[in-house]
Design a protein around this ligand. Structure first.
Ligand SMILES: Nc1ncnc2c1ncn2[C@@H]1O[C@H](COP(=O)(O)OP(=O)(O)OP(=O)(O)O)[C@@H](O)[C@H]1O
Length: 270
């Protein structure tokens, strides 16, 4: 049974987390809270430590120091299938899926919930088909996953996450290879799931439009957190990203009626 965390209490607590490779410090004393139901963006320049931090959160990297708590339990104390039931991951590079069809890949979302060798029930099939329809891929269900376009693959992986019904969805630059419409669509799909999302972004305007909160990482340290309008200042863009930019307001408001910041970059860095 899943333990539900009340709204506004942290689902994920990152306490004094550091991660070293040999003598090199990649993450340094990271402290972070992700509240239930929030869509949180992780931004920072190349090599800042975004993927390293996300890998710690989905237990690919074990921190050298500090603790990560999910629903108040140290994630390394949880059995791996228990954690997999509650945390779904969508990465930039889609793993090779051999000869699986799109339907097979989406069905993998059920794996953490099923006993070994158990069969797929009618309710399971219904759930899988509904998720495929929700991402608009019903006409591709029997197509080989590898033959899907980049955008279709990412949507299929969102469908797999829907089937998995996680409490937390971690996304590591899931839209980097996608055209502009798919970038927006994949992120809006993730947002529509209504689960807590922690996603890294390179497109700061997309992050501004999608996220309730932003976390800025630089040189392995968290340097700023808050709402997009507070975080995306011209000074921060200059200090952290080394760009000269003007921050104005997007003509559209957020769904909750808030102002969405919009960044215009100036050229000339040679
Ligand atoms: N397994 C590893 N071994 C050695 N160095 C590593 C390892 N993983 C990450 N690093 C280093 O840690 C730093 C942070 O890398 P990371 O991939 O987390 O950055 P990032 O913010 O995701 O970057 P990008 O935006 O370029 O994807 C980089 O200097 C990288 O080379």
């Amino acid at each position: 049974m899943q333990t539900q965390t009340p709204l506004n209490t942290p689902l994920l607590n990152v306490n004094h987390v550091s991660w070293n490779i040999g003598s090199k410090t990649i993450l340094n004393n990271v402290n972070l809270q992700i509240k239930q139901g929030k869509f949180v963006g992780l931004i920072g320049p190349n090599g800042a430590g975004k993927s390293s931090l996300l890998r710690c959160l989905y237990r690919f990297n074990q921190p050298t120091a500090g603790q990560i708590k999910f629903n108040n339990t140290d994630i390394w104390q949880l059995k791996s299938h228990e954690y997999a039931k509650q945390v779904a991951v969508v990465l930039q590079e889609t793993p090779s899926q051999f000869n699986l069809t799109l339907l097979d890949v989406v069905a993998l979302g059920l794996t953490p919930h099923k006993a070994l060798f158990s069969t797929t029930t009618t309710a399971d099939t219904q759930k899988i088909n509904q998720a495929i329809a929700r991402v608009g891929l019903q006409d591709h269900a029997s197509q080989r996953f590898e033959s899907l376009s980049g955008g279709e693959k990412q949507r299929a992986l969102i469908a797999r996450a829907m089937v998995q019904q996680p409490q937390l969805l971690i996304m590591d630059e899931p839209t980097s290879h996608l055209d502009v419409k798919y970038q927006i669509q994949v992120m809006e799909l993730a947002k529509s799931l209504g689960v807590t999302v922690f996603a890294s972004f390179h497109d700061l305007n997309l992050a501004a439009a999608m996220c309730d909160e932003l976390v800025v990482i630089n040189h392995g340290e968290i340097v700023n957190t808050g709402s997009p309008i507070d975080v995306l200042s011209e000074d921060m863009l200059n200090d952290v990203f080394g760009v000269c930019a003007q921050v104005s307001h997007h003509p559209q408001m957020s769904k909750l009626g808030g102002v969405i910041p919009h960044i215009t970059y100036f050229y000339g860095y040679e």
